[in-house]
Ligand binder design. Structure first.
Ligand code: BGP
Length: 475
């Protein structure tokens, strides 16, 4: 027995990393458009360096990205050729509400996504839509301070109502916030927050988290009211944290680290703040401002399923020396000596994927959806212009095997798998094009040169076979 019938195989992208067309057809400027490549990117996405406008000294990769805004028909056709059952994508909020606080949406933005969904349907591809994947209209940041402000809930819900109504019958799978726990690590990218000197950053981040959690719960209710077929999921950056040694102090450190991420999902899935967080807030003097019905809203509107990204496991120790740090999906961690590392220094740990799937399922007992997993690598064209990306195939094969074990041996209830990303796109962490994930190559480089021409890689044909055999034939 393998994956269940109807298992949703596919791939995932995010609007700001692939669409381009950042000022076309009335789209407004968003936080993701002012995050440059290069040395300043980290300071900007973490809210340490305020960049509210674009300047001439920086390059902003989201402006053109891979120009999917004009290539989506061709790209979805290629996804269909691989046999995709599902395509996870996100909407650019500022395409639909350019400023964010308007009452009426921008019809051109709505029409664009309607056509994207219709194109998917033509190929029997089910869209899985992330309502916000790291994006927030810039006007809401300048005017209201992003998610630190409770008013954001209303703007977000107006946007949700609009899309749930407009895409009723076209979309039934929704994710409220991409990697909601990223708010803690990259608050500008995750929640449109910049800090002023001397501010209590933790207080602001957890207040913003509360706003997002309420918004997510309310959105779940509205989605269900508008269409009872709608299924709404939460989404977090996962990757279980291992203790560096079996020293109890290291084990405790790992437990605490895991909880930083689980905190969000505990609320979204169980419907209340976990006691460890309440105690921690008390100790740290963090005071979450709540309104009268907030607890009820959280309790009555938990998610239908839980989705997450998995790139790597993490590792924690009580004492860490500076030269023993590994990179990873934004989160740094202690270097695990038993693992191999990608070209970007991310640990490669397929068994960790099985472990994570089990941890998450044990904790919540709700259907899971893996909505990101993949390898960022440098691809080189051979003399015939072909890309033999065996390293990518190896990474995905081992991870899919581990996922299969979690399902078939451990009994994890898994709805689907969308790898990141079926087509090369701009890296969220570094802004590079050189860090390629795709089955489809895009002719575009870090400096913005290239023709945007698409080209299938070896892995394209491998994944087609994986889907054809429902994950049986993966060698
Ligand atoms: C996740 C994001 C994606 C994606 C991925 C890979 O955090 O949800 O948007 O980009 O990581 O990370 P990177 O692009 O930094 O290689």
């Amino acid at each position: 027995m393998g994956f269940k019938e109807g298992f949703l195989w596919g791939g995932a992208t995010a609007a700001n990393q692939c669409e381009g067309g950042f000022d076309e057809d009335g789209r407004g400027l968003a936080n993701v458009d002012v995050c440059p490549t290069g040395a300043d990117r980290n300071a900007v996405i973490t809210g340490k360096m305020k960049m509210y406008e674009c300047d001439e000294n920086h390059f902003y990769p989201s402006h053109k990205a891979i120009d999917m805004y004009h290539h989506y028909k061709e790209d979805i056709k290629l996804f269909a050729e691989m046999g995709f059952k599902v395509y996870r994508m996100s909407l650019a909020w500022s395409r639909i509400f350019p400023k964010g606080d308007e009452k009426e949406p921008n019809e051109k933005g709505l029409a664009f996504y309607e056509d994207v969904f219709k194109t998917c349907k033509m190929y029997n591809i089910e869209p899985l839509v992330t309502i916000t994947h790291f994006d927030c209209p810039m006007h809401l940041i300048k005017e209201y301070g992003g998610w630190r402000n409770r008013k954001m809930i209303d703007f977000y819900l107006n946007y949700c109502r609009t899309i749930f109504k407009r895409y009723k019958g076209l979309v039934k799978y929704w994710l409220t916030f991409n990697e909601i726990n990223m708010l803690l690590e990259a608050p500008f990218m995750g929640a449109g927050i910049c800090f002023e000197e001397g501010e209590n950053e933790k207080q602001i981040k957890y207040q913003a988290a509360h706003h997002e959690l309420i918004a997510s719960a309310m959105a779940t209710r509205i989605a269900h009211d508008i269409n009872s077929e709608n299924k709404v999921g939460c989404m977090f950056a996962a990757g279980s944290v291992y203790p560096y040694t079996c020293k109890p102090e290291d084990v405790w450190e790992a437990t605490k680290k895991d909880r930083e991420s689980y905190f969000f999902i505990d609320v979204q899935s169980r419907g209340y703040y976990p006691s460890y967080a309440l105690k921690e807030f008390e100790r740290m003097g963090i005071n979450i401002e709540k309104e009268e019905f907030d607890d009820e809203i959280l309790k009555n509107n938990t998610v239908d399923f839980i989705s997450f990204s998995y790139y790597n496991s993490r590792c924690a120790a009580k004492t860490v020396s500076k030269d023993n740090i590994a990179e990873g999906n934004i989160f740094e961690s202690v270097k695990n000596p038993y693992l191999k590392y990608s070209e970007w220094g991310w640990p490669i740990d397929p068994l960790g994927f099985r472990i994570t799937l089990n941890h998450v399922y044990d904790r919540y007992q709700k259907p899971l959806f893996v909505v990101e997993n993949g390898l960022g690598a440098v691809d080189t064209l051979d003399e015939n212009g072909y890309i033999e990306d065996d390293y990518r195939i190896d990474y995905l094969r081992e991870h899919i095997k581990a996922m299969r074990d979690a399902v078939t041996i451990d009994g994890v209830d898994l709805m689907g798998y969308t790898m990141w990303s079926p087509i090369d796109l701009v890296s969220a962490g570094t802004g590079e094009m050189k860090k390629r994930y795709g089955f489809i190559y895009v002719d575009r480089d870090n400096e913005g040169n290239g023709t945007f021409k698409r080209k299938t890689k070896k892995s394209f044909y491998w994944y087609k076979k994986v889907i054809e055999t429902n994950g049986e034939n993966i060698d």
